[in-house]
Design a protein around this ligand. Structure first.
Ligand code: NOJ
Length: 560
């Protein structure tokens, strides 16, 4: 297995709008990030993944870019960006930019020109098609509700938008568009950024016949089979690698909804020269019902373990895993996979961190996770800001498929704003995030849960993350060791080993609030073992078989 710095790294995701506001306008910004670099250095992370900071009208909080070479006014200036980059590098922290090139904003100059006339030189930068019998070119639904096509009066054609109608899809079939994207990426690399997280990048190649999809409960067809890992995707990824990525020492991760492990081998196999890692969604989709995440169901640990194990084993020889519980599109990790009650919040947060950081792959921490932040449950839909939740509420209630209360319940469980309330820095007003009015309300639990409090408490989630990160730096087995699942059928305990050059770790994580008893499989002997880390005191019994775990207990042993 080839060694590489990005395999040994821990990545920290910043969603700038909610991170730290330096100028009292209620919106997080780039100088606000620079102010907190010491916090991140202290935590010990190696790379920041910066969600989009480019100019944007903010229909989808920066994932709708109107200029790839300018900074969003609310976030600051290019000089602010350069300063942040320099300050990060001074602290040995690399910066990974968000690259959103499946679509732009409809306010991007390319689209404005493309829309102007059918013979505009930028027309083919986007996907334009005539209607069919007075209707859209096909039946695909958009991820944010409604049709994926928007009619344009002037040209009597439709343009494709897999997300909001203010996010028209780029046409990757067009060589000039690809060349412009690569040039733009090189512009950022020349500035010194260290890599890219690529937004829904496995959607960029579309089946050029644009066939109708199978009808879904939303009243629209499912276009996924025609744009997920589409016909030319690997050609594009390899071309991007050759034109851009291979020329610098980068870290890359492709966000890839609906990707499976077989496809991931093609994207991440090192000899194929495409990407380093992908983000898949199989584990964060457990417990999804009829309307996907909008009908949340209880989930089973065995399902989670099967998914994670499939990925661990699938990418063992070739490729590399990314590891995450949460990001800006997901609920908070503790609320989703642990237990956010007062009794178990901290302990379950540490357990989840242990499990994730001991798996094989590059771990990603989402801002606030290191503080132990939890989901938000606003009472009224008016308090939500996320276009996806707002549209889902409108769609489900107007179609009568769910009551307002049912949709609110789903939003509380799985909505994206759970992760987007401001980072809780202190017990001061608005959690010290801003001295103005925050763009979205702060979680009312900030008086108990905040950075200042966790820094002062040696027993906190924060200090536990620090220890985990340090262990990774000291023990190559955590990075490169082979994974093996134990206790496969157990519904409460996630147990596995990691092994490298004869050194073996045993990881035990109790995902329940009970005290499950278990027997260690043959061949695993705790005699003479050492506890590397644990979220409870592990006393003198450390050398004996641990036959019971306490609620949400996690232990990592170095076996003899
Ligand atoms: C995935 C991003 O993570 C999400 O926030 C965004 O809404 C969509 N892609 C569209 O860009």
């Amino acid at each position: 297995m080839d060694r590489a710095w990005w395999k040994e790294s821990v990545v920290y995701q910043i969603y700038p709008r909610s991170f730290n506001d330096s100028n009292a306008d209620g919106i997080g910004d780039i100088p606000g990030i620079t102010q907190k670099l010491d916090h991140l250095q202290d935590l010990g992370i190696d790379v920041i993944w910066l969600s989009p900071v480019y100019q944007s009208p903010n229909d989808d909080n920066g994932y709708d870019i109107s200029n790839y070479r300018a900074i969003m006014d609310e976030f600051g200036t290019m000089a602010d960006f350069d300063e942040m980059l320099e300050e990060a590098h001074k602290r040995d922290i690399r910066i990974m930019m968000d690259l959103v090139v499946n679509h732009t904003s409809d306010e991007h100059a390319w689209f404005v020109e493309s829309r102007e006339a059918k013979d505009s030189s930028k027309r083919d930068y986007y996907i334009w098609r005539p209607g069919k019998g007075g209707e859209a070119p096909n039946n695909w639904g958009s991820f944010f509700g409604g049709s994926a096509w928007e009619y344009d009066d002037a040209s009597d054609e439709y343009y494709l938008h897999l997300f909001s109608k203010k996010q028209p899809d780029l046409n990757w079939e067009h060589p000039e568009l690809r060349r412009d994207v690569y040039e733009m990426m090189n512009f950022w690399l020349n500035k010194g950024v260290n890599g890219f997280r690529m937004d829904v990048v496995n959607f960029i190649s579309k089946d050029q016949n644009f066939p109708d999809g199978e009808m879904t409960g939303t009243g629209y067809g499912d276009g996924n089979p025609y744009f997920v890992n589409g016909p030319r995707i690997h050609e594009y990824m390899h071309e991007m690698n050759q034109e851009v990525l291979s020329k610098a020492d980068t870290i890359t991760v492709g966000e890839m909804p609906n990707v499976g492990v077989e496809q991931a081998k093609l994207y991440t196999g090192s000899e194929r020269e495409e990407l380093n890692m992908v983000f898949h969604f199989e584990h964060v989709d457990v417990g999804s019902g009829e309307y996907g995440k909008w009908s949340p169901q209880p989930w089973k640990l065995t399902d989670l373990k099967t998914i994670v194990t499939t990925w661990q084993e699938g990418l063992e020889e070739k490729g590399w895993n990314s590891l995450y519980w949460s990001n800006h599109d997901q609920p908070r990790a503790i609320s989703r996979f642990g237990n956010d009650s007062e009794a178990f919040r901290v302990i379950s947060g540490k357990m989840l961190a242990t499990c994730l950081h001991m798996l094989k792959g590059t771990p990603y921490i989402y801002q606030g996770e290191e503080i132990g932040m939890t989901n938000i449950a606003f009472e009224s839909i008016e308090e939500y800001r996320d276009i996806e939740s707002l549209n889902a509420y409108k769609d489900f209630t107007s179609r009568g498929t769910m009551s307002g209360d049912e949709v609110m319940h789903a939003i509380h469980e799985r909505g994206r704003d759970n992760a987007r309330t401001p980072v809780q820095w202190s017990a001061e007003d608005h959690a010290g995030f801003t001295t103005g009015e925050p763009w979205i309300a702060v979680n009312p639990n900030y008086k108990q849960i905040n950075a200042e409090a966790v820094l002062a408490d040696p027993d906190s989630v924060y200090h536990y993350y620090k220890r985990l990160i340090k262990l990774r730096k000291q023990n190559p087995v955590i990075v490169y060791g082979k994974y093996q699942l134990l206790l496969e059928q157990d519904e409460q305990i996630y147990a596995f080993t990691r092994e490298l050059d004869g050194e073996r770790l045993l990881v035990l994580c109790n995902f329940s609030q009970e005290e499950p008893a278990f027997a260690l499989p043959e061949g695993i002997d705790l005699t003479g073992s050492e506890v590397l880390i644990s979220n409870y005191e592990v006393g003198g019994e450390a050398g004996l078989p641990a036959l019971k775990l306490r609620p949400y207990e996690a232990r990592v042993y170095r076996l003899n």
